[in-house]
Design a protein around this ligand. Structure first.
Ligand SMILES: NC(=O)C1=CN([C@@H]2O[C@H](COP(=O)(O)OP(=O)(O)OC[C@H]3O[C@@H](n4cnc5c(N)ncnc54)[C@H](O)[C@@H]3O)[C@@H](O)[C@H]2O)C=CC1
Ligand SMILES: O=C(O)[C@@H]1CCC=N1
Length: 269
C-alpha cells in the first residue's frame, strides 16, 4: 500500500517540500497538508491538488507526519497531535533548534522521530537536507525520511549533536549568499553600473563559482588563486576583504546562528 505523507504547517518550507515531492513523482492523492488559515488550505489544494485536513486527521491517517511549523509553535502543535498519534507514525521535524527529545517527551512512548534541517533551494530541487535519528528511529525510518527529502536535493546524515551547526551552515546558508549578492550589486551601483546589469553580472558570477565549487574537484583556495593575478585587480579586493575582517565576520555570524539554534531548543524561544 502506498505511504501517505502529511505536511503539517505548510508555510514556506512546507510548501517547498510539497512542491518538490510532487515534481519528484508523488501522487497528490497520497499527500495531505494542514494550514492554520482556511484560505491557505484552499490555495494549497488549488495549486497542488493535495487534500487539506486537520492536524488530528493527519495524525490518524498519514504514515509520515512532517512538522514544518516555527519552533515557537511546535509545543502547541504537539499538544494537539499527541492524543491522535498511533505508535507507528514516523514524525519528521523540519524545525530549527528543537531536539528530537522534545518530541519524544510529548508524543506517545517509542514514537520514531527524525530531525531534518533543509533549506529554501528545495524550491529548485537544490536543497541540502541534513538528517538525524531520534532514539526510536530505525534505519528504515531514516531511509524513509531520506527518500522524501531526496526529491528536493541532496541529503546527509549527521549525529544530532551536529544539527545546530548544520542549521547555521546550510539551513541559513542561502541567506548569506543573497546578502552578498545584494551587497555586491550595491557595489556595482557605486562603480556606475545600472542595477539590473550589476545584478545579472554578479548572479552569473555566483552561478559559475558555485558550479565550479561543486564540479571541478578543486579546493576553494585553488579556485580563488586562479582568479587572483599577480599585481592584478582581485588581490586589491581580497586585501580590502581581509582589512574589513570579512572572514572573522563570517565565522562570528555562523557561530551566532548556531547559538540561536541552541536557544530555540526549548521550542518557545
Ligand atoms: N525558511 C527557511 O529557510 C527554513 C526554515 N526551516 C524551519 O521550517 C519551519 C517553518 O519555517 P517557514 O516555512 O520559514 O515558516 P512559515 O511561517 O512560512 O511556515 C510555518 C507555517 O505553519 C503554520 N502553522 C503554525 N502553527 C500551526 C498549526 N498548529 N497548525 C497548522 N499550521 C500551523 C503557520 O500558519 C505557517 O503557515 C521552522 O521551524 C524553521 O525553523 C528550516 C530550514 C530552512
Ligand atoms: O532563520 C531560521 O530560523 C530558519 C532556520 C534555518 C533557516 N531559516
Amino acid at each position: 500500500m502506498t505511504q501517505k505523507v502529511a505536511v503539517l504547517g505548510t508555510g514556506k518550507i512546507g510548501e517547498a517540500l510539497l512542491s518538490g515531492m510532487i515534481r519528484g513523482g508523488w501522487a497528490p492523492t497520497d499527500l495531505m497538508v494542514t494550514a492554520r488559515r482556511p484560505e491557505r488550505a484552499d490555495q494549497l489544494r488549488t495549486r497542488y491538488g493535495v487534500t487539506p485536513v486537520t492536524n488530528a486527521e493527519a495524525a490518524k491517517s498519514a504514515d509520515t507526519l512532517i512538522l514544518t511549523v516555527k519552533p515557537q509553535d511546535m509545543g502547541a502543535l504537539l499538544t494537539e497531535l499527541a492524543p491522535h498519534i498511533p505508535a507507528d507514525r514516523l514524525v519528521i521535524s523540519g524545525a530549527a533548534g528543537i531536539p528530537t527529545a522534545f518530541f519524544e517527551e510529548r508524543l506517545p512512548a517509542a514514537t520514531p522521530v527524525v530531525r531534518v534541517m533543509t533549506n529554501t533551494p528545495a524550491l529548485v530541487d537544490e536543497a541540502m537536507s541534513v538528517i538525524s535519528a531520534g532514539t526510536h528511529a530505525t534505519a528504515a525510518h531514516l531511509t524513509r525520511a531520506e527518500g522524501i527529502f531526496a526529491t528536493v536535493g541532496k541529503t546527509l546524515r549527521v549525529p544530532e549533536s551536529q544539527q545546530d551547526a548544520a542549521t547555521a551552515l546550510s539551513g541559513s546558508g542561502p541567506a548569506y549568499f543573497y546578502f552578498l549578492v545584494e551587497a555586491m550589486t550595491d557595489a556595482g551601483i557605486l562603480l556606475g553600473l545600472p542595477r539590473d546589469k550589476a545584478h545579472d553580472l554578479i548572479v552569473q558570477a555566483a552561478i559559475g563559482a558555485a558550479t565550479m565549487l561543486r564540479d571541478s574537484g578543486e579546493h576553494p583556495v585553488t579556485l580563488r588563486e586562479n582568479v587572483t593575478s599577480p599585481a592584478g585587480t582581485t588581490i586589491n579586493a581580497i586585501r580590502e576583504l581581509e582589512n574589513h575582517g570579512v572572514r572573522a565576520a563570517l565565522i562570528a555570524a555562523l557561530e551566532a546562528a548556531r547559538d540561536r539554534s541552541r536557544e530555540l531548543a526549548g521550542g518557545n524561544g
